[in-house]
Design a protein around this ligand. Structure first.
Ligand SMILES: Nc1ncnc2c1ncn2[C@@H]1O[C@H](COP(=O)(O)OP(=O)(O)OP(=O)(O)O)[C@@H](O)[C@H]1O
Ligand SMILES: [Mg+2]
Length: 230
């Protein structure tokens, strides 16, 4: 569903250019559950922003569903993103003044869906993530794990084929992290949603069928033998 070849991304600050991604090749197949690990600053979020069409590589090709996206205009990328990709962030990124239900409705608002249909849809997905009892709560009235469930519901409400999660358990205690991972695995197994998870946590990575690492600007996929500590 997604193929990256020779992806490079550098940032220029003043006269200094730093190359963060130095030729990343990655093929993601429909139904994959994949982790990306790597040291802080190694370019994980940079890569995810490119995969999620939030950012463009300095060079290299990004093919989504057989279509080269590098030549697309920003509004075309936004439309593709809204249709195909859901995002979950470490810090949740929920709008504080909106209830859980309203937060989950947001991606549908951008699609111009009708209000009753939107609310029905958002309600159903909140039930799916175990948040049926909290749909009228605002983020500050929810625990960390509950906020992350709402964020996952919001990422899923548009029925994306691809879910990108940047440290989805980073702000959670071990038990809550376990619940969120169980939910993501279930969504992958039952709905066939393709999921890419950035994590620092080896136990999170260990639950993914494909495990990759970023080092020195490149992506490696150690042979799937076992969870290694290297
Ligand atoms: N907009 C930007 N302008 C300049 N440099 C940037 C920008 N965004 C990221 N960088 C640099 O790129 C490098 C990689 O950043 P990135 O956020 O991808 O790291 P990461 O692997 O996600 O780290 P972490 O695990 O801490 O989240 C960092 O050195 C950072 O300073
Ligand atoms: Mg990051």
């Amino acid at each position: 569903m997604l193929k990256l070849t020779g992806i490079r991304r550098s940032y220029r600050i003043g006269p200094v250019t730093t190359e963060i991604l130095r030729g990343v090749d990655l093929e993601v197949h429909a139904g994959d559950l994949m982790s990306i690990m790597g040291p802080s600053g190694s370019g994980k979020t940079t890569l995810m922003n490119i995969v999620g069409l939030l950012d463009r590589p300095t060079s290299g090709a990004c093919i989504l569903d057989g279509r080269d996206v590098s030549g697309l205009r920003d509004d075309e990328l936004s439309a593709l993103r809204n249709r195909h990709i859901g995002f979950v962030f470490q810090s949740f990124h929920l709008l504080p003044q909106l209830t859980a239900l309203e937060n989950v409705c947001l991606p549908l608002v951008y699609r111009g869906a009708g209000r009753p249909e939107m609310r029905r849809h958002a309600q159903a997905i909140l039930e799916r993530v175990g948040m049926a009892e909290r749909t009228g709560h605002r983020p500050d009235q929810l625990s960390g794990g509950q906020k992350q469930r709402v964020a996952i519901a919001r990422a899923l409400v548009g029925e994306p084929a691809l879910l990108l999660a940047d440290e989805p358990t980073g702000a959670l205690d071990a038990d809550t992290a376990g619940e969120v991972m169980a939910l993501l695995r279930q969504l992958n197994a039952e709905r066939g949603i393709t999921i890419l998870i950035i994590t620092h946590d080896p136990s999170v990575a260990g639950q993914c069928a494909r495990q990759t690492r970023i080092r020195d600007g490149r992506l490696f996929e150690p042979k799937a033998a076992a969870a290694d500590g290297a």
